[in-house]
Design a protein around this ligand. Structure first.
Ligand SMILES: [Zn+2]
Length: 189
């Protein structure tokens, strides 16, 4: 196409002079609208919409995920708390049972021994005064005050009420004139 340098009027290529002022026309490049522009113009408003939709979906998904996670978390916390509570109860029951069993065992403990009446060895009362008792930790029959030898009749068959007491052995002795027991710690064989 052509254009007048004076009045800028545009003409077809087959014209040589301006119809307004008679100026020779210059050839100019036709400024055709870029074929991409309408597309670009169309695409431009579309893009953000798509982006916003994606963004909204993402935010929605994250929020939903967060809520579900939170929900899941509080549910599992509640479950864990319940389980712990039950575990504690079970442990308490077990402990109580174990304590009962231990008490039963301890109360009924009887040490095997040779029976009283079988004459055993002579033993020295090593640190008088020493008590001779009716039973282990029971009432005192008499107190031996002399570092002297006494008859023993074997390890006494005694019941223990406390586990600590089981460490102490008792021997039958007739040192008080009738049969009693004396702690082995008082004797040297
Ligand atoms: Zn002109």
């Amino acid at each position: 196409m052509k254009q007048c340098p004076q009045c800028q009027q545009q003409y077809a290529d087959n014209q040589n002079f301006c119809a307004n002022d008679g100026s020779p026309l210059n050839k100019v490049e036709a400024i055709s609208p870029a074929p991409a522009s309408p597309q670009t113009a169309q695409a431009t408003p579309q893009k953000p919409i798509v982006l916003y939709v994606i963004l909204a979906l993402l935010i929605g998904a994250i929020a939903a995920g967060g809520f579900m996670w939170f929900n899941q978390n509080s549910v599992s916390n509640a479950v864990a708390a319940k389980e712990k509570e039950m575990q504690t109860k079970v442990e308490q029951t077990q402990k109580a049972q174990e304590k009962k069993d231990a008490e039963k065992q301890t109360a009924g403990v009887v040490k095997k021994s040779s029976s009283a009446g079988t004459k055993g060895e002579l033993a020295l009362v090593n640190a008088p005064p020493s008590n001779v008792r009716e039973s282990a930790n029971g009432p005192v029959l008499c107190t031996l005050t002399k570092k002297a030898s006494i008859n023993t009749f074997g390890v006494a068959e005694v019941s223990y009420n406390k586990v600590e007491d089981m460490d102490v052995e008792w021997y039958y002795t007739d040192a008080c004139g009738k049969m009693g027991v004396i702690a082995a710690t008082q004797l040297t064989f």
